[in-house]
Design a protein. Structure first.
Length: 293
């Protein structure tokens, strides 16, 4: 029983890493209608900014806050001077652009800070506590609670604020939003800026649990995209629950399913994607898109 509880708790901890990035992907999609494959790279860049500030003796919390503000500016600039050039065209082109942007950001981080592993300080204490025979780190609990808080704030943003409703309107139909007097360009910049800021939070939460490298988010991005597909692009709550399910089921399958084991546990999210796409293509918590013809 202790082993099972340990696997579940470890799965929730790793799932929170995937959820942090998945929430940023949902945010930029709800605000702009695009899937931003560069989100992981932008999170890594913000983590490096925070790390560099701490190396210059800036307090950790202040360094993270500065990196969040810097990420907002970077995200807005990327939308204004890069992504906007491809708006109104084929959405697939913009997606390819974000993939290229991911490669560019990774290369810039490697050029400035090298590929050497760097230790990122943790916001939370490194002590462990015992829960029903399982050993849990305080950092993992802090990360899970932070993800829950972000999930709730995003849900409130999109459902209960004028800004969130305006962002959704622009993402769904920018032409109608413009005719209604909304500043479409400015809202798109804000959407990308907010997503980049959320990516900065994800980077600050993930980097202490991994080691800070330019490719730190590559594997997490794959799991985050799986969580987005399984949970649904329109639901922050859904992607968090999906990310936790992926983390927990992956751990349980590695130990209790001999055919999978630790080497093939990465197949678990892809099996989940296959099943969900057959049963509920919009995701477990997503909404069906209704198109008027």
């Amino acid at each position: 029983m202790g082993t099972f509880i340990q696997l579940v708790i470890d799965g929730l901890s790793s799932g929170s890493i995937y959820a942090a990035l998945a929430l940023a992907i949902v945010l930029v999609n709800q605000a702009t209608g695009l899937i931003n494959f560069a989100q992981g790279g932008m999170a890594v860049l913000s983590a490096y900014i925070a790390w560099q500030l701490t190396a210059w003796s800036v307090p950790l919390l202040l360094a993270i806050l500065i990196s969040i503000a810097a990420s907002f500016v970077i995200g807005a600039i990327v939308e204004r001077f890069l992504i906007r050039k491809f708006e109104g065209g084929d959405p697939d082109t913009a997606v390819v652009v974000t993939i290229g942007l991911l490669t560019l950001i990774t290369g810039i981080c490697a050029w400035i800070w090298s590929y050497n592993n760097k230790l990122f300080p943790s916001l939370f204490p490194l002590e462990t506590i015992s829960i029903a025979g399982a050993v849990v780190s305080v950092r993992s609990i802090g990360t899970i609670l932070a993800i829950v808080a972000i999930m709730v704030l995003l849900q409130l943003l999109f459902l209960g604020t004028k800004l969130g409703l305006a962002l959704r309107a622009v993402a769904i139909n920018p032409q109608s939003a413009a005719f209604s007097g909304m500043p479409v360009g400015r809202l798109l910049m804000v959407g990308w800026g907010l997503a980049a800021s959320l990516g900065a939070v994800a980077g600050a939460l993930v980097a202490p649990q991994l080691t800070l490298t330019p490719n730190m988010m590559d594997s997490a991005l794959v799991y985050a995209l799986a969580a987005v597909i399984i949970g649904g692009l329109t639901s922050p709550i859904g992607v968090v629950i999906a990310a936790w399910l992926i983390g927990v089921l992956e751990n349980l399958a590695a130990v209790y399913v001999p055919l999978i084991g630790h080497d093939l546990k990465i197949a678990v999210p892809f099996i989940m994607i296959f099943v969900v796409l057959i049963v509920r293509p919009q995701g477990l918590f997503g909404r069906k898109a209704v198109v008027r013809v």
